[in-house]
Design a protein around this ligand. Structure first.
Ligand code: RUQ
Ligand code: CUA
Length: 690
């Protein structure tokens, strides 16, 4: 049995072509294989030896190799950092299954490159009056899967753009971005996106304090004029959209708010937001001030913001708000008077705040403190009720007494950042400076770890400098245990040198069963953009469409497009030429479109296919158009034919044996040559096909 196990493992490794585990060394190809058991292609023991694989390596290979056609158990949705996109990664294979274009154009997906039906184009048009530049990228940090009763429901995905104060909404029926919203009064965020337990709201809290409403105020007026903001974007699930007119925000002091997390179960109705820079440092190293890194780290304690959003909702409904650019804002004095906002002291330049599966405990990682600090929501509620304050901050926000609300502190190591949970009573915290993952036991939890409460159990070194970590369903009311992924910021020597810009290293860790210790299974280089946070969902919760429900589907509205057509035709009205084109293997119809320079072109394309994976593409040289027309989809491209000449348009997807023949000619005649009106009329006749 042992031999067979080794054999299978070695074959798996050879097929996967990967090296795993500490101590693995790159090796050449397998040389001199000796006789293998019947049916196996090579001598497995020889392969293990030739590739210098340890027994742990072989186990890791067995645990991660995915035979052809077999599907992964989990899907991980990872942000793409400043690539502006999202990644979908299968677990345990760690294969990248998809990139989802969110904030950046992507020609493969026909996103933001000339096609009208896109959230990016819609946002750019909407924000044209608000911002002078069309944004074509984002700094995506925190993805949030939609939840029902605190559990992932597999319907929607939200992602925050830290750099520009935006959120995107992705529909998981087709894995496409449906909406990008821009915070109308705040230009950056960090505590985004996090959802309340039924996805009533998507939370977007600010990072760097600025004057609200994008006003100017000199930095010398920092304390009076600058503010933070927690925005609660109402999610209209039926429409699949965030609704600004039903959203609200709570004004916060000009501390730098950091991550947030929504309460659930025991803490349902609350939102927790970390802060740093309660010193209110304003930088100015060039003027002899301490740099931010020092000025913002002087105090021993910063403030965990405890916001009662259900109370805030009532205050908003009662109209105690000021409205700025369509967003209803609860002012800081109102938030204090109405008991919406309380502070809890938290050590020491805190970063991650994570609510445990039962909602009872709130875990804080303080970057400059070797402990995680655990607060109890019951104690917080008691302290609020008893007004057990240690004082007020300069803005009058009551500060709860630390010892009254703290349940425990566990010393786990250097640089604790983020925490995830399993279903055995353990929490897992990333340690940036230690380059490791700490497993420690929770207390007062429905799952009881055998070690007893609040104990550091073990640490696993990771390569290197871990930021976030994600456990399978590890921030829901029902964690799965099983897998954990360390999202390491630095990879240094883990992969061959490909120049000075290195990939991040995502490491898959087996955390089950807990008694056997955490085991590293796989190193995955991510050379596409820097994932910050990720969420891992059971794959069978996702019910995506294989093809669009009807021919002529507009994915932006998720309804039949008024521009769908089952036949090719061209119509002219004045100098506007409208084309309804069909695409099916292996031709477009029409195959010729003739018009004159200066004509306005509206070009609809409907993919008539009902076959899974029968996607067609569309492009015209020089017109900056790249469409992906998936089975059933209708897209629209609009432009002015401002370049004369002859332009072969063709299908971008290798869809069939005659893919190269799937093409046509777009003929733009000079208007002066024949006289524009006359040519235009005849051109329209000529190109109508039936
Ligand atoms: S946070 S730096 Cu997720 Cu650790 Cu953005
Ligand atoms: Cu359609 Cu290639």
């Amino acid at each position: 049995m042992n031999t067979r196990w080794m054999v299978v493992g070695a074959v798996a490794l050879a097929a996967a072509g990967v090296l795993i585990g500490r101590g693995s060394k790159p090796s050449g190809t397998v040389t001199a294989p000796v006789a293998a058991p019947a049916g196996l292609p090579a001598d497995a023991a020889g392969m293990v030896q030739a590739r210098q694989l340890s027994p742990q390596d072989v186990t890791a290979a067995l645990a991660t190799y995915m035979p052809t056609g077999r599907y992964d158990d989990y899907l991980m949705f990872a942000s793409g950092g400043h690539s502006g996109q999202m990644y979908v990664i299968g677990l345990p294979s760690m294969r990248v299954l998809r990139v989802i274009a969110a904030f950046s154009p992507d020609s493969w997906q026909g996103y933001g490159v000339g096609v009208k039906e896109s959230a990016l184009a819609e946002a750019q048009a909407r924000d044209a009056g608000l911002r002078p530049r069309s944004l074509t990228w984002a700094d995506t940090h925190h993805p949030a899967l939609s939840e029902t009763q605190g559990d992932y429901d597999g319907q929607y995905l939200f992602i925050g753009d830290k750099a520009n104060g935006r959120l995107a909404v992705i529909d998981l029926r087709d894995f496409e971005t449906k909406q990008i919203v821009t915070n109308p009064i705040f230009n950056n965020n960090h505590g985004a996106a996090f959802v309340t337990p039924d996805t009533e709201y998507v939370i977007e809290s600010s990072q760097f304090a600025v004057p609200l409403d994008n006003r100017y105020a000199p930095i010398t007026e920092y304390q009076q004029a600058y503010r933070g903001l927690a925005t609660f974007w109402k999610f209209d699930r039926a429409a699949g959209r965030l609704a600004l007119d039903q959203s609200f925000a709570v004004e916060l002091p000009p501390y730098w708010q950091d991550l947030s997390d929504a309460g659930k179960l025991a803490s349902d109705g609350f939102v927790f937001i970390n802060s740093l820079n309660t010193e209110m440092a304003t930088g100015g190293i060039e003027e002899g001030n301490p740099p931010f890194e020092a000025g913002a780290s002087e105090r021993d304690m910063d403030y965990l913001h405890v916001i009662n959003w259900k109370k805030a909702e009532q205050v908003v409904a009662a109209g105690k708000v000021t409205t700025m650019k369509g967003l209803r804002v609860v002012s800081l004095p109102t938030a204090i008077d109405e008991g919406i906002l309380h502070f809890v002291p938290e050590p020491k330049s805190p970063h991650g705040v994570d609510v445990c599966p039962e909602g009872s405990h709130i875990v804080i990682g303080g970057k400059l403190d070797p402990h995680v600090t655990i607060f109890n929501i019951r104690l917080i509620q008691q302290a609020i009720a008893n007004q057990d304050y240690e004082g007020k901050d300069p803005y009058g926000v009551p500060i709860l007494r630390f010892d009254a609300v703290k349940e425990a502190q566990v010393e786990i190591g250097l640089g604790p950042l983020h925490t995830q949970f399993d279903n055995q009573g353990y929490a897992y915290t990333s340690l940036f400076l230690d380059s490791s993952v700490a497993r420690w036991s929770m207390g007062d939890c429905k799952y009881q770890a055998p070690e007893g409460p609040w104990k550091l159990v073990e640490k696993l070194p990771v390569s290197y400098n871990i930021g976030h970590l994600a456990a399978a369903e590890g921030d829901t009311v029902n964690p799965d245990g099983r897998y954990l992924v360390a999202l390491n910021k630095w990879s240094v020597d883990r992969f061959p040198s490909l120049g000075p810009l290195l990939p991040q290293n995502l490491q898959l860790v087996d955390i089950q069963p807990p008694g056997e210790g955490m085991r590293l299974l796989y190193d995955m280089p991510m050379g596409l953009g820097e994932p910050h946070y990720a969420q891992i969902i059971k794959a069978d919760k996702i019910k995506a469409w294989d093809v669009y429900p009807e021919v002529g589907w507009d994915p932006l509205t998720q309804a039949k497009s008024p521009h769908a057509s089952y036949e090719g035709k061209v119509e002219r009205a004045g100098n506007t030429v409208e084309i309804w084109m069909t695409a099916i293997r292996s031709h477009f119809e029409p195959e010729r479109v003739s018009l004159a320079k200066g004509d306005r072109v509206i070009w609809h394309i409907t993919n008539l296919e009902r076959t899974r994976d029968a996607t067609h593409g569309f492009t015209i040289p020089g017109y900056n158009v790249a469409a992906s027309i998936e089975p059933g989809e209708t897209v629209t491209v609009e432009f002015v034919a401002d370049q004369e000449g002859v332009y072969p348009y063709y299908c971008l997807e290798f869809c069939s044996a005659l893919h190269l023949e799937m093409a046509g000619y777009f003929l733009v005649a000079p208007p002066s040559a024949v006289g524009a009106p006359k040519l235009a009329a005849s051109a329209a006749d000529e190109t109508t096909s039936g």
